[in-house]
Design a protein around this ligand. Structure first.
Ligand SMILES: Cc1cc2nc3c(=O)[nH]c(=O)nc-3n(C[C@H](O)[C@H](O)[C@H](O)COP(=O)(O)O)c2cc1C
Ligand SMILES: CCCCCCC(=O)C(=O)O
Length: 331
């Protein structure tokens, strides 16, 4: 992990209510996948190309992954995250503690709306309309959550609702703005993806694909893109590290749509490895929360600046190129 990000995590741990720290930090079950997501990067190495004679561009293909309840981390919540995002894509969680319209208004770059399809499709449609009216540029349907993962840390703390004064603002005036008003349903299927596509002209991405066969089905459904993700180790504690699932999905998709990735990215080198394995961009989850908790907008900015600087340095050392043939397994 980049030591500056580790410092921000230490600071976040010191200022956060331990219950909220554990909600952010924790994973499902024994937290095997949580640890594996980071460990998978350490198993790989890059063979740099040399004498390529080119100046690298400043492109920084990173998105802020959707994470819930930013006002648990800092009073400014998602407004601070949006202000800090700059030109990175901000995928704003449906479970934000600031309404999506205010998130978009605070952002200077693109905002995408993450959606859990609600079994009541009127509620789902109302959420999509809110995202459209706000000016979101895409909808990202999370597909890895037929039921919420069992997080032992939350169960031990008895954390099952938001503190007074905080709410899932996008749910307000629909079902209700409590944490438990957001439903996850095993009945959600590809048919619902089609129905959301009929509701909106916005590009629809699916997030949480690990199996190459699902990636192919997603492409057949005309999705705009796929995010390979295991939800940061928060859903099924039996899945592979997200990085290990990436190459097979990239191969199955064969360039037909972009394949983004998240899970365990903690340094610029991690971003480089994910891109070399074929990711179109790398998503950052918890480090953004640590920056936010440690120092609000400035903290999130710091996280992105540190990652950008390190990524561009690594890219330069790799001759400005990242491709699958440059990735080898450590002995
Ligand atoms: C505290 C927390 C809340 C999350 N909330 C959401 C969410 O609302 N929607 C979603 O699709 N994914 C959610 N995720 C998963 C992230 O989008 C992302 O997949 C994951 O955090 C990436 O792993 P990383 O934290 O190791 O970077 C959440 C993750 C965390 C840690
Ligand atoms: C019961 C819904 C809570 C919001 C979902 C947040 C989330 O995805 C997470 O991993 O936490």
């Amino acid at each position: 992990m980049n030591p500056l990000l580790a410092e921000l995590h230490d600071k976040a741990r010191a200022v956060l209510d331990p219950v909220h720290h554990d909600f952010f930090a924790g994973g499902v079950g024994d937290e095997v996948v949580l640890a594996e997501n980071e460990a998978a990067f350490r198993r790989l190495a890059l063979l740099p190309r040399v004498l390529r004679g080119k100046q690298i561009s400043g492109d920084f293909p990173v998105m802020i992954s959707p994470t819930a309840f930013h006002r648990l981390a800092h009073p400014d919540g998602e407004l601070a995250t949006a202000r800090a995002a700059g030109d990175a894509v901000l995928v704003s969680s449906m479970a934000s503690t600031v309404p999506i319209a205010d998130v978009v208004a605070a952002a200077s770059g693109p905002v995408w709306f993450q959606l859990y399809v609600q079994p009541d499709m009127d509620v789902t449609e109302a959420l999509v309309r809110r995202a459209e009216r706000a000016g979101c540029e895409a909808v990202v349907v999370t597909v890895d959550s037929p039921v919420f993962g069992r997080h032992r840390r939350d169960l031990a703390h008895g954390f099952h609702d938001l503190p007074a004064g905080l709410a899932a603002e996008n749910m307000r005036d629909l079902v209700g703005p409590g944490l438990r008003d957001i439903e996850m349903s095993p009945l959600v299927s590809w048919e619902h993806i089609g129905r959301v596509q009929e509701m909106t002209a916005l590009p629809l991405w699916v997030k949480g694909v690990l199996h190459p066969k699902d990636a192919i089905i997603a492409v057949r459904h005309g999705v705009a893109g796929i995010v390979v993700s295991n939800h940061g180790g928060r859903q099924l504690d039996l899945v592979p590290a997200a990085l290990d699932a990436l190459p097979a999905v990239v191969d199955a998709v064969a360039g037909r749509v972009p394949v983004a990735f998240d899970g365990g990215v903690r340094s610029g080198g991690d971003i480089a490895l994910a891109l070399a394995l074929g990711a179109s961009s790398a998503g950052i989850g918890r480090p953004v929360l640590w920056g936010l908790a440690a120092d609000g907008e400035q903290g999130v900015r710091r996280v992105l600046d540190v990652l950008r600087d390190e990524f561009l340095h690594v890219l330069t050392l790799c001759g400005g190129e990242l491709s699958r043939d440059m990735v080898v397994t450590r002995c």
